[in-house]
Design a protein around this ligand. Structure first.
Ligand SMILES: Cc1cc2nc3c(=O)[nH]c(=O)nc-3n(C[C@H](O)[C@H](O)[C@H](O)COP(=O)(O)OP(=O)(O)OC[C@H]3O[C@@H](n4cnc5c(N)ncnc54)[C@H](O)[C@@H]3O)c2cc1C
Length: 450
C-alpha cells in the first residue's frame, strides 16, 4: 500500500490525517488493539503531507533537549510493555545502558526524533507520505438515515487525487505557524518553523546582522544558535517582555500534564478551567528552560567583560514594520517604554512568534456545518475527543490537538499522547461493536449528502 492510488476500496475503521507524533501514537495504539483481537483488527490508514516522517525538523538544533521526560513517549503511559516505547528504541539502538549511565530524563530533540522515526518506520505499511488531505465529505450508506461514512480526499506530490472511505477520521494536523499581521516569510524573513532549511540555504558569511523576534523557547534557542554559528555577526533579540520568563517544570506544577488532569479540566467548572490557565500557563506558553536563559545571560555578561558586544537584547520592544528590498531587510522596532521607533537593517529576520492551534474547520470545509459549537463559538468535543455532531452524521471525527478549550493544557503537547490515543482507539472499537450489534455491515456506499 505505497501510494494513495493503490489504496484498497475497503472501508477503513479510521483514516488518520497527519502522521506526526499524535497519529503515530494512535497507529501504535490501534496496532496493540489489533493484537488483542486478531480475528477482527481495526483497519486504518494515515496520510502525511511531508515526503517522509519528520517532527519539527527545522528546529532540531544542536543541544536542544526535550521538554518532557523520555517516559512520555508514544506508548509507555498507556502500555509500559509496548514494543514502541523509548526504552525499546534504546534497546534496539544498543544504547540503553549508556542512556541510563547518562542519568538524564530529557533526551536531545535529535535523539527523540530518531526514536519517532524508528517507530514510524515500524508502521510504514499504513502510511501514505507526500500526500495531503484536501477534503472530508460525509457519505450515507444505502438504507441509512444518517451519514455513517466519510470520504477523505487526498492529493499526492504529482497532483494525483485519490479518495478513501472511513467510518472515522482522526485529525492531527498540528500547530499552524503564526507571523505578525502584514509579515510574509521569504528567503530573508523566516518563521521559526522553517528555520534550519532557510538558514542552511544561506551563505553564513553573508549574514552579518540578524534579529530574532519572540520571547519563547524557540526564540531563545535560535538566538543561541545564531550566536554560535555566526561568530562574525551582530545578533539582536527583540523581546516584548522585560526578559525571558522561566518554564515551570517543577513537580507540583507538572501535574497539569498528568492524564488525570484531563478529567479535572474536562469536567471542571469554567472557574476551574480558567484557574488552570491563570496559574499554569507558565508551564509551557511563552516561557524558556532555565538552562537556555542562563546560557544566554552568561554570553551577554562575557561580552560586557570582554568589551566585544555582538549579542544585543532589545527588551520591551515590538516589531512595528518590516520593509524588504532585495537582500536587505529593514525592521522598525518600537519601544514599549517611551514609544520611540528605531530602524534596524538586518540580513535575516526570524519570527519565533509561535503558532495557532489546530482548527478542524480548515480541513472540514462545508462538512463543518455538521458539528456543534459552544456559546463561545468553539467546537464541542466529547471526552473521547470526538467532535459533537448533528444527528444527520453518525461517523466520527476525532481531534488530536485543538482541544485546549475542552481538554486542557496538554492538548497540543506530547505529554498525554499515549493515553489520549488509547482513549481514541478504545472509542473507535467500542462504537464499532455497538454498530455491529445494531445492524450488519454493508459494503455498498452512496454519494455524499453534502
Ligand atoms: C520546536 C518545537 C518543539 C517542541 N517540543 C515539545 C516538547 O519537548 N514536548 C512537548 O510536549 N511538546 C513539544 N512541542 C509541541 C508539539 O506540538 C508536539 O511536540 C507535537 O508536534 C504534536 O504532535 P502532532 O502529531 O499533534 O502535531 P505535528 O507534530 O505538528 O504533526 C502534524 C502532522 O500533520 C501533517 N499535516 C498537516 N496537515 C496535513 C494534511 N492536510 N494532510 C496530511 N498531513 C498533514 C504535518 O505535515 C505534520 O507532520 C514542540 C513544538 C515545537 C514547534
Amino acid at each position: 500500500m505505497d501510494t494513495p492510488g493503490s489504496l484498497s476500496q475497503e472501508i477503513y475503521d479510521v483514516v488518520g490525517i497527519g502522521f506526526g507524533p499524535s497519529n503515530l501514537s494512535l497507529a501504535v495504539a490501534l496496532e496493540e488493539q489489533g493484537a488483542s483481537s486478531a480475528q477482527h483488527p481495526v483497519t486504518s490508514h494515515f496520510f502525511e503531507r511531508q515526503p517522509r516522517f519528520g517532527w519539527h525538523r527545522n528546529m532540531v538544533l544542536p543541544s536542544t533537549t526535550m521538554q518532557i521526560s523520555f517516559l512520555k513517549d508514544l506508548a509507555t503511559f498507556r502500555n509500559p510493555q509496548s514494543r514502541f516505547s523509548f526504552i525499546s528504541f534504546l534497546h534496539a539502538s544498543n544504547r540503553l545502558v549508556q542512556f541510563v549511565n547518562n542519568q538524564d530524563f530529557f533526551p536531545t530533540r535529535q535523539e527523540f526524533h530518531q526514536y519517532l522515526e524508528w517507530a514510524a518506520a515500524g508502521l510504514s505499511d499504513r502510511v501514505s507520505y507526500g500526500t495531503e488531505v484536501t477534503a472530508i465529505r460525509p457519505v450515507t450508506e444505502p438504507g441509512a438515515t444518517t451519514a455513517g461514512l466519510l470520504e477523505v480526499e487526498a492529493r499526492d506530490a504529482h497532483g494525483t487525487v485519490s479518495v478513501v472511505t472511513a467510518r472515522n477520521v482522526a485529525i492531527s494536523t498540528g500547530l499552524v505557524p503564526r507571523l505578525p499581521q502584514g509579515v510574509t516569510s521569504d528567503e530573508r524573513v523566516w518563521h521559526s518553523s522553517e528555520f534550519l532549511s532557510r538558514f542552511n540555504a544561506q551563505d553564513p558569511a553573508g549574514l552579518k546582522s540578524v534579529a530574532v523576534v519572540g520571547a519563547g523557547q524557540s526564540a531563545a534557542e535560535i538566538t543561541r544558535f545564531l550566536h554560535d554559528k555566526l561568530p562574525h555577526a551582530q545578533v539582536c533579540a527583540v523581546i516584548p517582555s522585560y526578559g525571558y520568563s522561566v518554564a515551570d517544570d517543577t513537580p507540583f506544577a507538572n501535574q497539569v500534564f498528568d492524564p488525570t488532569a484531563v478529567d479535572d479540566y474536562y469536567y471542571g467548572t469554567e472557574n476551574a478551567r480558567e484557574a488552570f490557565w491563570r496559574y499554569h500557563r507558565n508551564t509551557n506558553y511563552s516561557v524558556v528552560d532555565s538552562d537556555v536563559i542562563r546560557a544566554l545571560y552568561q554570553r551577554v555578561y562575557d561580552e560586557q567583560v570582554s568589551g566585544a558586544k555582538r549579542l544585543d537584547f532589545r527588551n520591551l520592544t515590538r516589531v512595528a514594520e518590516v520593509r524588504r528590498a532585495g537582500d536587505l531587510t529593514r525592521v522598525v522596532l518600537r519601544s514599549l517604554l517611551d514609544d520611540s521607533a528605531e530602524e534596524l537593517a538586518v540580513d535575516a529576520l526570524v519570527f519565533a512568534t509561535g503558532y495557532d492551534s489546530l482548527d478542524p474547520a480548515r480541513l472540514l470545509g462545508g462538512t463543518d456545518r455538521y458539528f456543534l459549537r459552544d456559546a463561545a463559538g468553539r467546537h464541542r468535543v466529547e471526552r473521547d475527543y470526538r467532535l459533537v455532531s448533528t444527528p444527520e452524521l453518525s461517523s466520527g471525527v476525532y481531534l488530536q490537538g485543538g482541544t485546549e478549550h475542552s481538554h486542557g493544557l496538554s492538548s497540543s503537547l506530547l505529554s498525554n499522547i499515549a493515553v489520549r490515543s488509547g482513549e481514541v482507539a478504545d472509542s473507535i472499537v467500542l462504537r464499532r461493536t455497538q454498530r455491529e450489534l445494531d445492524r450488519p455491515l454493508s459494503g455498498d456506499i452512496s454519494p455524499s449528502v453534502a
